[in-house]
Design a protein around this ligand. Structure first.
Ligand SMILES: Cc1ncc(C[n+]2csc(CCOP(=O)(O)OP(=O)(O)O)c2C)c(N)n1
Ligand SMILES: [Mg+2]
Length: 293
């Protein structure tokens, strides 16, 4: 449908209707840039479905289809199996799913594909809620964030998706952030080259759901890492590398202070969040480092 020679560079077509400042759009562009044309993409309902398009019109210049919220990884595994049956080992099969589609509704399907060691690249862009349907809380929504289903702030912590993936003994898993696109792109390349399932968990700031100025998307992504709210690391064949370990964490307020989803928090709650974030960060870094012993 699209003339690759004629259109501008990249595998995303013009006029995609993502919100201004959408982190996920930047992730999609970079992921496809690295994976290249010889890729089939599976997209569930959610904001990334803006790219799979409507009817016979697609926002992407590669093949793919939209499945259900429950079965992105199973769809990807099916496509891989069909390609393998045809003798095709060169095409990359990528699943590109939100946090709700990954950590909640499609978790069983992801678990099955990881356990079977299906050779797929599974990417979860994590905007930390069910954004496409109006910001309902998911299990990836962080502690204290306000959503329409957690208006007074989520009372529980964020689910640790990468640890769940690693528990399946897969060859490659990593987290990434759009403030460091070189690191993100390297990880996409490694995922592509992995012989078996590879999983990337990428934080995706969302101006509409997190309620901040769309110009601040990259700044917020950076601040999440600098405050210890998002940890950058990768797991390769049993070995963990922490890609960014700040000597001293910046105050969490620098990250949450400009986001409307945290504005209901009292001074005491902010102090509590600071303590929790530092404690979780230190504990998790220790846990990751101990995996190399
Ligand atoms: C089983 C099922 N439940 C609910 C829906 C409605 N629905 C469509 S998109 C969506 C939000 C998905 O959230 P997420 O996966 O985090 O992606 P995001 O919209 O945040 O990009 C929901 C709840 C659905 N399509 N299927
Ligand atoms: Mg989401």
């Amino acid at each position: 449908m699209f003339d690759l020679q004629h259109n501008s560079k990249g595998l995303v077509a013009h006029g995609v209707s993502a919100c201004a400042g959408c982190g996920m759009e930047l992730i999609m562009r970079n992921v496809l840039d690295v994976l290249g044309e010889d890729t089939i993409i599976l997209i569930p309902p959610g904001c990334s479905a803006l790219f799979s398009g409507f009817g016979d019109v697609s926002g992407l210049k590669i093949a793919g289809f939209q499945g259900n919220l429950e079965n992105t990884a199973a769809c990807a595994a099916g496509v891989r199996a069909a390609l393998t049956a045809q003798g095709n080992t060169h095409t990359t099969v990528v699943a590109f799913a939100g946090d709700g589609a990954t950590a909640d509704i499609g978790l069983q399907s992801l678990s099955g594909a990881l356990e079977r060691r299906d050779r797929i690249v599974y990417i979860c862009y994590d905007n930390e809620a069910y954004m496409n349907t109006g910001t309902q809380g998911s299990s990836a929504t962080p502690y204290y964030a306000s959503t329409t289903t957690t208006p007074a702030g989520k009372p529980t912590a964020k689910k640790n998706l990468v640890q769940i993936a690693i528990a399946h003994d897969i060859p490659y898993a990593a987290t990434a952030s759009i403030h460091n696109l070189n690191d993100l792109r390297k990880k996409v390349q490694k995922a592509k080259d992995t012989d078996g399932p590879a999983m990337l968990h990428i934080q995706s700031p969302c101006p509409s759901g997190w309620k901040y100025d769309p110009a601040k998307t990259i700044e917020l992504a950076r601040s999440a890492v600098q405050t210890g709210s998002w940890i950058l690391y990768e797991y390769e064949d049993g070995k963990v590398t922490i890609n960014n370990k700040p000597k001293e964490l910046k105050p969490v307020e620098e990250y949450v202070g400009s986001q409307g989803r945290f504005k209901h928090m009292t001074k005491e709650q902010r102090e509590e969040l600071q303590q929790l974030t530092t404690k979780n960060y230190e504990r998790y870094i220790k846990q990751l480092e101990s995996m190399n012993n």
